[in-house]
Design a binder for this molecule. Structure first.
Ligand SMILES: [Zn+2]
Length: 244
C-alpha cells in the first residue's frame, strides 16, 4: 500500500523534525538498533503508528525559563520553513492579541484563550487557514480540564503536535487544574528545571507578600499583585511556609 507507506514515512519525518525542533533526542524508535545475523530473522518491526502526533506537557516551577524554551522551539520550526501557532492565556478582556514574553527579553505575538475558548475549534480554524506544523501553548496551568481534552482531540483527530508549557503546582503546593489534566492526558512530559538557592532542584514556589513573608493562603491565580514568587526545593519551601 504505497499511499499508507508514504504517509508513514512523512509522519516519521514530521516526528523527527519535531524532536529536533524541541531539542530532544528522538524517542519514537525503541527498535532503532536491530542487530542482524546471517540466517536469523530480523526482530519484529514496531507495531505502533510512528506517524502519531503527540500532546506534550513541559512543566516546571516559576522562573525556570518555560517561555524561553517555547520561543526557542517555535523559532526552530520557523528556521526550518515551518509555520507554528502560538497561544497564551488571556488575562483581560481583550480578545485575540496576546504576547508570549521571556524574562531574557525575547517575545512573540500570540493568539489568546480563556476558560470559554473552544481550543479544538480554534486550532481547527488555524489549520484550515494555512499550514501549521505545531501548536505551542503557554501558561497551560490556566487550562480547564475540558480544554485539555480539546487539545488531546486536536492531536488525535487533526494530527498536529501540541506543546503545552505551564506551572505544575501553585504556591500552596497544589496542582493547577490544567496541569493535573495534562499530567493525566499528555503523551509526553518533560521537566524544565531550575534550582533553589541551595543548589537542589526547585520544585515548589512561594508567594511572598509586600512584607517579604511567604503567604500560605489566598487565590490560586493573582494577576498584577505586588507579590513576588520564589522557586525553592521542597525542604526550603517547607521552611518558608513554616512547616517543620
Ligand atoms: Zn533548597
Amino acid at each position: 500500500m504505497p499511499a499508507r507507506r508514504g504517509a508513514r514515512r512523512a509522519g516519521r519525518a514530521a516526528n523527527r523534525r519535531h524532536e529536533l525542533a524541541i531539542g530532544a533526542a528522538c524517542t519514537g524508535r525503541p527498535f532503532a538498533f536491530r542487530p542482524r545475523r546471517r540466517g536469523l530473522p530480523a526482530p519484529p518491526a514496531p507495531r505502533y503508528c510512528l506517524a502519531m502526533a503527540k500532546l506534550y506537557f513541559h512543566y516546571s516551577t516559576m522562573n525556570a525559563g518555560k517561555s524561553t524554551n517555547l520561543l526557542q522551539a517555535a523559532h526552530n520550526y520557523l528556521e526550518g520553513g515551518m509555520q507554528t501557532y502560538l497561544l497564551t492565556a488571556r488575562h483581560d478582556s481583550r480578545a485575540g492579541q496576546g504576547r508570549i514574553a521571556s524574562r531574557i527579553g525575547i517575545g512573540q505575538a500570540a493568539d489568546t484563550f480563556d476558560a470559554a475558548t473552544d481550543l479544538f475549534a480554534q486550532i481547527a480554524a488555524r489549520l484550515a487557514a494555512g499550514p501549521c506544523a505545531c501548536v505551542f501553548l503557554d501558561e497551560a496551568q490556566f487550562l480547564t480540564r475540558d480544554q485539555v481534552w480539546q487539545l488531546a482531540r486536536a492531536v488525535d483527530d487533526l494530527q498536529v503536535p501540541v506543546m503545552c508549557y505551564g506551572l505544575r503546582v501553585d504556591f500552596r503546593g497544589e496542582l493547577f487544574p490544567g496541569s493535573a489534566a495534562l499530567l493525566a492526558l499528555a503523551d509526553e512530559m518533560r521537566e524544565v528545571r531550575t534550582i533553589c538557592h541551595c543548589g537542589k532542584k526547585a520544585t515548589m514556589v512561594v508567594r511572598k507578600g509586600p512584607d517579604g513573608r511567604a503567604l500560605r493562603d489566598g487565590e490560586q491565580v493573582q494577576i498584577g499583585g505586588n507579590e513576588t514568587y520564589v522557586s525553592l526545593c521542597r525542604r526550603h519551601w517547607r521552611e518558608a511556609v513554616g512547616d517543620s
